[in-house]
Design a protein around this ligand. Structure first.
Ligand code: ATP
Ligand code: MG
Length: 159
């Protein structure tokens, strides 16, 4: 499952269109050039979880900014929302299984998404950081090593 990263992201955004609230929009700034991704299923799961959270925990008319850059062999992707935010106290527990923040109890969720995201990131050598301000919004940043797909003889024969 080897895909062009730009294409993967636009596919995911298309898949999630139906979850967006009125006048809620994605704003992308993707500056990583040509990157081909070999573990697309894992990266897709990570991004779907993080983007679903950004959508779910913010309201109508808000912007969800997706920024992507490449720093040498690292892909740095951040997802910023203008939603309900997470208190400093709750931020300590976000990656625990079934944890839900106090201000999210009236919004549907199982509290598994971020736990799973962290597990997936471990598998591909990535890291996640989160920065959030209650009632202001949340920024989640993931850093993942880019490993170029292994070229096979078959690939060469095409040239
Ligand atoms: P699901 O398993 O369906 O993803 P969930 O969204 O409740 O359920 P997580 O994605 O693990 O679970 O998130 C854990 C908790 O962290 C959420 O319940 C919510 O309180 C808080 N949270 C996560 N992302 C955000 C965000 N972008 N803005 C505000 N709160 C968030
Ligand atoms: Mg979630």
């Amino acid at each position: 499952s080897e895909v062009d990263l730009m294409r993967l992201l636009s596919e995911i955004m298309t898949d999630l269109q139906g979850l967006l609230k009125t006048d809620q929009v994605f704003d992308t700034r993707l500056d990583f050039g040509d990157v081909v991704w070999s573990d697309s299923a894992i990266l897709r799961m990570i991004l779907v979880n993080l983007l679903s959270n950004a959508i779910k925990y913010s309201g109508e008319g808000t912007l969800i900014s997706i920024n992507g850059i490449r720093q040498d062999n690292l892909l740095v992707l951040s997802i910023q929302d203008q939603g309900i935010g997470i208190s400093k106290e709750d931020q300590k527990h976000l990656f625990e299984r079934f944890f839900r923040a106090q201000n999210a109890t009236n919004i549907q969720g199982t509290g598994l998404g971020l736990h799973i995201v962290r597990r997936y990131l471990e598998l591909i050598g990535g890291k996640i950081t989160l920065d959030s301000e209650l009632n202001q919004g949340t920024t989640v940043t993931i850093v993942i090593p880019i490993t170029e797909p292994v070229k096979t003889d078959e690939d060469d024969s095409a040239y």
